[in-house]
Design a protein around this ligand. Structure first.
Ligand SMILES: C[S@@+](CC[C@H](N)C(=O)[O-])C[C@H]1O[C@@H](n2cnc3c(N)ncnc32)[C@H](O)[C@@H]1O
Length: 258
């Protein structure tokens, strides 16, 4: 039997939360997903030729089971290893990954750490091809599906009873919003899911020095989007840093700050 009698209930709550966030209990409707893809193609003929992206119709997160579990595991490591600081995701969509982080704090009875929910809540920025040539062909800004209003994200938090003063919404494009974080902000974990070169670079530039030693960086789109991976390596090269990259799946990676 576990030495901590609350451990089993905590694990069960977090298992259920993970499943609910990805809508794995009832499952995404195949008909609805197909209809959405069809509508998406009508609106975005250019992307039709390259294949549309099947975002879930209802789930509160699109990152899937392995990445949700990775996020929970690394968060719990920060608590067990005593890594100081708050938690931030840059690029939250419907808020699911941040809801999991707030749920994990609740499950562990942590009252003195916050979850920062950073997004434009209006979708991705238009690429600035002059400043970031790697983003030149990025068309993600055109997808209205990626623009989830902040009130809808708040409503999602509230539906899990997880909307409170430990959740901070940071609205705006990262280049404008992240520099407004207090200078003494500290993070135990930073999760970057803004897809583009610009979004990844803005996040690393503004957050990496605020990440505690032993803290974790997660890059959702490293394997899936070349411009995202390029930003990671450009940043690490500029700073003369070498890191030990760990794979979560074919796209997501993480490393621990030395
Ligand atoms: C792939 S979705 C995030 C998925 C989310 N992490 C989840 O759990 O489902 C990308 C999000 O990043 C946001 N985003 C991307 N680049 C941004 C930027 N430069 N500034 C603000 N928001 C940005 C978009 O608005 C969108 O909500």
């Amino acid at each position: 039997m576990s030495a901590d009698p609350g451990a089993l209930s905590r694990a069960r709550y977090l298992d259920l939360l993970e499943k609910t966030l990805q809508n794995a209990i009832y499952g995404e409707s195949v008909v609805e997903t197909k209809l959405k893809l069809w509508l998406q193609r009508l609106r975005h003929p250019y992307l039709t030729r390259r294949g549309a992206i099947p975002w879930p119709s209802r789930a509160h997160s699109m990152i899937g089971p392995q990445r949700l579990r990775n996020l929970r595991t690394l968060m719990e490591r920060t608590l067990h290893e005593g890594v100081a600081g708050d938690y931030i995701e840059t690029g939250v969509w419907r808020g699911g990954a941040c809801i999991l982080m707030r749920g994990a704090l609740a499950a562990h009875g942590v009252r003195d750490r916050k979850v920062i929910v950073a997004d434009s809540f209006e979708g991705l920025p238009r690429p600035d091809g002059d400043k970031y040539p790697d983003d030149r062909r990025d068309t993600a800004f055109a997808f209205s599906e990626l623009a989830v209003p902040v009130d809808e994200v708040k409503k999602n938090f509230a539906s899990y009873n997880l909307l409170d003063d430990q959740v901070i919404f940071l609205k705006g494009f990262f280049k404008d919003s992240l520099p407004t974080l207090p200078a003494d902000s500290r993070f135990a974990l930073i999760r970057l899911d803004g897809d583009m070169y610009e979004s990844t670079m803005d996040a690393l530039t503004n957050l990496y020095d605020k990440l505690s030693k032993g803290g974790f960086t997660i890059i959702d789109d490293y394997g899936g989007l070349k411009n995202c991976a390029k930003a990671v390596h450009d940043y690490l090269d500029q700073r003369g840093l070498t890191v030990d990259l760990h794979k979560v799946d074919d796209s997501c990676v993480w490393w621990q700050k030395a």
